[in-house]
Design a protein around this ligand. Structure first.
Ligand code: HEC
Ligand code: HEC
Length: 258
């Protein structure tokens, strides 16, 4: 006779698995508060003299807001800290933990209790975006791709790393009101579904499910409902935490036509 595992044991095992993976995922996507605390200390001692308490005293660089002249990713920041920017900024012989701490403090927006999002490699992120992430099947960048989802050509100039990560991990929760999918019923009894690209006093413009740009005059509208669930699947379905950090890096590098 085959022995069946007791249901109670199975359930506990499943619960334990769920708990460890949940705990791991929060850590995988962000730096720890211990890292941020290390950064608070080191920034005050080593960087503040030149970059100021708010990180904005060097022209063209705002460390608190994550605006740099050349650096985009965490790897880039680690390089800047290790090598400096000769002759303006000296390099620092930090341990890996110390360097990670300073980067965490910068990514937390100088908030000692802030969330410090990891920002990975731009090239790998670009590959994941059009490859296994499946993002390019909905999003348009620099004139390439469909119109069904928001154009991301300058998203890196609009959003912080934390906001981008939130959109990827939990699209519905992060969805902006304008991006809510709408269903319009006209007085003539027609139904139009799609994504609003613009709305003013007189009309609503939307891209319908077939990717066509449609304008509906408001006086023709009988009802308009905006859904609160995003059509976008959470990126965790297709991507690992490292892939997601890379895609955030790629999105941050998108700054439109310069
Ligand atoms: C002696 C002054 C000085 C100190 C100390 C200093 N920096 Fe800088 N840093 C600069 C200057 C000046 C620049 C702009 C260099 C340039 O782009 O020509 C800069 C640029 C940067 C950049 C932007 C690089 C880019 O791509 O735009 C980062 C990031 C940075 N510093 C981080 C730090 C951190 C972190 C520390 C402390 C560990 C630090 N700096 C200490 C003077 C300093
Ligand atoms: C099925 C289509 C679809 C796929 C696949 C998809 N998205 Fe989206 N995405 C949308 C739609 C629709 C929105 C607008 C609603 C919202 O904000 O959730 C959106 C919103 C976003 C936003 C927020 C835009 C803003 O203005 O803040 C980002 C960033 C984003 N997507 C990136 C991605 C990335 C990266 C991937 C791949 C990992 C991806 N999307 C995959 C449809 C999609």
């Amino acid at each position: 006779m085959r022995r069946m595992p007791r249901p109670g044991t199975l359930w506990l095992a499943a619960l334990a698995l769920a708990c460890t993976s949940a705990a791991a995922s929060a850590q995988d996507h962000t730096y720890s508060s211990a890292d941020v605390a290390t950064g608070v200390r080191l920034y005050g001692a080593q960087c503040q003299l030149c970059h100021g308490a708010n990180g904005d005293t060097v022209a063209g660089v705002n460390l608190r807001l994550g605006r740099f002249r050349r650096a985009v990713t965490d790897e880039d920041l680690a390089q800047v800290i290790a090598k400096g920017v000769p002759p303006a900024m000296p390099g620092f012989a930090f341990s890996a933990d110390e360097s990670r701490g300073v980067i965490a403090f910068i990514r937390a927006g100088f908030d000692p209790s802030g969330t410090a999002v990891k920002v990975g490699n731009v090239e790998r992120g670009k590959t994941a975006f059009s490859g296994k992430g499946g993002c390019a099947t909905c999003h348009r960048i620099n004139g390439v791709g469909p119109l069904t989802a928001p154009d991301l050509s300058d998203i890196g100039a609009q959003r912080t790393p934390a906001a981008l990560q939130r959109s990827l991990l939990n699209p519905s929760q992060a969805m902006l009101p304008i991006n809510r999918p709408v269903t319009i019923t006209t007085k003539a009894g027609k139904t139009v579904r799609g994504r609003r690209t613009n709305e003013d006093t007189f009309s609503v413009q939307l891209v319908d499910d077939a990717g066509q740009l449609v304008t509906v005059v408001k006086t023709d509208i009988k009802a308009m409902d905006a859904a609160t669930a995003s059509p976008m699947p959470p990126a965790t379905k297709a991507l690992t935490p490292d892939d997601i950090a890379d895609v955030v890096g790629y999105l941050l590098s998108l700054r439109g036509v310069q």
